[in-house]
Design a protein around this ligand. Structure first.
Ligand code: KG4
Ligand code: ZN
Length: 347
C-alpha cells in the first residue's frame, strides 16, 4: 500500500494531497475562481502565475494536515496532461524537484485517470470493470474502466464539454462564472418543460445516430436564439435554466444508460464538476434504478479538481511498479489510451 503525495495544477485549482492506498490523509485545494471571475473564464497566464505563488504553502499545509514527514512518503506524483501547459509545468516541476530532493520515485498522472480514481476514494471496494461518466469543464466522456492504466473511451462530446456548455449559457444569460452552480440553483425555481431544446444527437454517415457521442454546441445556440427572439419580459431565466439543465441531464442519461447496458457494465461511476448537478443526479439515478444499474456519485470535493484523486491513481500505479522518467514533459492533450506511455517499469 503506497503512500503518495500528489500535486494538481492542470487548470484553476492548486491542490496537494497525501493518499495511502485509497485513504485520504490530507487534501488541500486552493481555488483561483475569484481571480478568473472578473474575466468570465480561466486566463491561462494568470493561472500559471497563481499556481507558482500558491503551490508552496499548499504543499506545507498538506504535509501538516497529514501529520507526516517525508520518510513516510513512498512517491511523488503530479498531473502532467491534459491541461493548460503553463499551469501543468508548475506542478510537474515542483513534483520532480521534490522527488529528486527526497529521493522518491516520480509519477506523472493523466488528469482524467485522476477523475476516474475519485470514485475509489469514496468507494474503497469498487473494482473494475465499470463505466465512468466523466463530465467536467473540459471533458465529457464515457469510459470503460478495464484495469489500472487501461481505459477505452466509448463515447464523447464532439464539441463543447458539458461543463463548458453550462459556463457558456451562463455567460449568455449574464449569470457569471462558473455557470454550473448558478444554473443549477436557478433551475430549482424553473419549469424544465418551458422551452423545447435540442438533444444534441450526432448523425452517422450510414444513417441513424451515434449511440454514445453527444454535441452541446447546438443546445447553446438554441438558448442564444431564444434570448434574441423571445421578449425579455416573456423570457423567464429560471425556466430557461431549468429547460437547459433538463436537456443536458436527459442527453447524458440516455447515452450513459445505453452504453452501460450495451457493454454489460453494471456500475456507473460519475466524475467531474458537472457530477454535482442536481438535474443529472436525479435523471441518472432514476434511470439506473429502472435498469438495475448501480450509480456512484463521489462527494463534491472529489468531483471537482483535487489532488487526492491524482494521488489515488498514482498510488495504484506505484504499487504495480510503474514510475515515470524525470524527463517526462507536460502535454495539453493526451488520450486516455496513452496512460501507460507515462511509465517505465520500476527498476
Ligand atoms: O471538474 P471541474 O472542477 O474542472 C475541470 O476539470 O474542468 O469542473 C468544472 C465545471 C465547470 O464548467 C462548472 O460550471 C461545472 O463543472 N459545474 C457544474 C456544477 N458545479 C460545477 N455544472 C453543473 N451543475 C453544477 N452544480
Ligand atoms: Zn478536471
Amino acid at each position: 500500500m503506497a503512500t503518495v503525495l500528489a500535486i494538481e495544477t492542470s487548470c484553476d485549482e492548486t491542490s496537494v494531497a497525501i493518499v495511502r492506498d485509497r485513504e485520504v490523509l490530507s487534501n488541500i485545494v486552493s481555488s483561483q475562481i475569484k481571480l478568473h471571475q472578473q474575466y468570465g473564464g480561466v486566463v491561462p497566464e494568470l493561472a500559471s502565475r497563481q499556481h507558482l505563488e500558491t503551490v508552496n504553502w499548499v504543499l506545507d499545509a498538506a504535509l501538516q494536515q497529514a501529520k507526516l514527514d517525508w520518510h513516510a512518503i513512498d512517491g511523488v506524483a503530479a498531473t502532467c496532461a491534459p491541461g493548460l501547459v503553463g499551469a501543468l509545468l508548475v506542478g510537474v516541476t515542483a513534483g520532480k524537484t521534490l522527488a529528486m530532493l527526497h529521493q522518491k520515485p516520480f509519477l506523472g498522472v493523466h488528469h482524467l485517470e485522476g477523475h476516474i480514481y475519485a470514485s475509489y476514494l469514496s468507494e474503497p471496494d469498487l473494482q473494475p470493470p465499470f463505466l465512468c461518466l466523466l463530465v467536467s469543464g473540459g471533458h465529457t466522456s464515457l469510459i470503460h474502466v478495464k484495469d489500472c492504466g487501461h481505459y477505452e473511451t466509448l463515447g464523447q462530446t464532439r464539441d463543447d464539454a458539458a461543463g463548458e456548455a453550462f459556463d457558456k449559457v451562463a455567460r449568455l444569460l449574464d449569470l457569471g462564472y462558473p455557470g454550473g452552480p448558478v444554473i443549477d440553483r436557478l433551475a430549482k425555481a424553473g419549469n424544465p418543460a418551458a422551452f423545447a431544446l435540442p438533444e444534441g444527437k450526432i448523425s452517422l454517415p450510414e444513417g441513424g445516430y451515434h449511440p454514445y457521442d453527444s454535441s452541446f454546441s447546438g443546445l447553446k445556440t438554441a438558448v442564444l436564439r431564444l434570448t434574441q427572439t423571445v421578449s425579455p419580459t416573456a423570457l423567464s431565466v429560471p425556466d430557461l435554466a431549468a429547460s437547459f439543465q433538463a436537456a443536458v441531464a436527459k442527453a447524458l442519461t440516455k447515452r450513459t444508460i445505453a452504453c452501460a447496458l450495451d457493454n454489460g457494465l453494471k456500475t456507473i461511476a460519475v466524475g467531474g464538476g458537472v457530477a454535482a448537478n442536481s438535474g443529472l443526479r436525479h435523471h441518472l439515478q432514476s434511470a439506473a434504478e429502472e435498469h438495475g444499474l448501480r450509480v456512484l456519485f463521489p462527494p463534491l470535493k472529489f468531483c471537482t479538481d483535487n489532488a487526492a484523486m491524482i494521488a489515488c491513481a498514482a498510488a495504484e500505479h506505484l504499487d504495480r511498479g510503474h514510475v515515470s522518467p524525470l524527463t517526462l514533459g507536460v502535454q495539453s492533450r493526451l488520450s486516455l489510451g496513452a496512460v501507460m506511455d507515462l511509465y517505465n517499469e520500476a527498476s
